[in-house]
Design a binder for this molecule. Structure first.
Ligand SMILES: Nc1ncnc2c1ncn2[C@@H]1O[C@H](COP(=O)(O)OP(=O)(O)OP(=O)(O)O)[C@@H](O)[C@H]1O
Ligand SMILES: [Mg+2]
Length: 263
């Protein structure tokens, strides 16, 4: 039995559904996430991964289902609600403002002010150094505009921005899709650091190797339904590929409603 099984999940999604027109983009999906855990959400294009996480981040409103945060039902109707519950989202598109430095990015739209109502650049840079030091101690380029940084450094600024405002739940939708191998590794190190801080992460990735390197568990979706959930230590990469491609649930996984019925 794992250490997580007795605890209350940080996030529990129960029976979530949403349809666009006649298409069931997410069809009675249930999954959970524990503190300090990385759960990879896998599946083919159009499986419903992004739609499901957009429901958690408040970008879409679900048709049915419930969301529990720390065991209590959460009312997430829009992105602001989600932030209130400590949910932040990082997309592949490196959503940073290019022409300003890291500190300005961290505080974009939520700038710190001095007692005189002017921008408190000193306080913002000091906080930026603190949070970046926690995440990526090698990062020193506080004076450069973000456009001069590497993709991995830019992604660490985006992640720092999320955790600066006390994210407890981080959703990463293909965070390394726009990055090279070295920068991907850098983001992997960041994820490991966030885990240590007890942050729970939903990671959407197409890279099965990254997933096995970073995720504690996988949840696989197909045609909007959950095929199954498994600890990465209980299944092989080939078995997970079988879940993704055929919807076939191996013995080490817990089947969901989308699992291929073989009996
Ligand atoms: N805003 C929308 N309006 C209409 N249909 C949508 C919308 N968003 C998603 N869909 C449909 O819902 C289904 C699930 O799409 P979704 O983007 O969640 O898949 P995904 O698993 O994230 O795929 P990918 O790996 O390509 O990112 C698809 O059939 C998609 O066309
Ligand atoms: Mg997607």
């Amino acid at each position: 039995m794992s250490e997580t099984e007795n605890k209350t999940p940080l996030v529990e999604l129960r029976d979530i559904s949403i349809a666009f027109g006649g298409i069931k983009a997410v069809d009675h999906a249930s999954l959970d996430l524990f503190p300090g855990e990385v759960v990879a959400l896998l599946g083919h294009n159009g499986a419903g991964k992004s739609t499901l996480i957009k429901i958690v981040s408040g970008a879409y409103k679900r048709d049915t289902g419930k969301i529990f945060i720390n065991g209590e039902e959460a009312h997430i109707e829009n992105p602001r609600d989600a932030k209130k519950y400590g949910i932040e989202t990082i997309y592949q598109t490196l959503a940073v403002a290019d022409n300003v430095d890291a500190a300005a990015n961290l505080y974009l739209g939520r700038e710190l002010q001095t007692a005189w109502g002017t921008l408190d650049d000193i306080a913002m840079e000091a906080e930026a150094r603190k949070v970046m030091g926690r995440l990526n101690p090698n990062f020193q380029r506080f004076k450069d505009p973000v456009s001069k940084l590497s993709g991995g450094q830019r992604q660490s600024v985006a992640i720092a921005r999320a955790i600066l405002f006390n994210a407890r739940i981080l959703i990463m939708d293909e965070p390394t899709a726009a990055l090279g191998p070295q920068e991907t590794e850098q983001v992997g190190d960041l994820i490991k650091q966030l885990k240590k801080e007890g942050i729970g992460i939903f990671l959407i990735s197409h890279d099965i190797h990254d997933v096995f390197d970073l995720a504690d568990r996988v949840s696989v979706m197909k045609n909007g339904q959950v095929v199954g959930h498994a600890k990465t230590s209980d299944v092989t990469k080939d078995e997970v590929l079988g879940m993704i491609i055929m919807g076939k649930c191996p013995p080490g996984a817990i089947p969901g409603p989308g699992a291929l019925q073989t009996a």
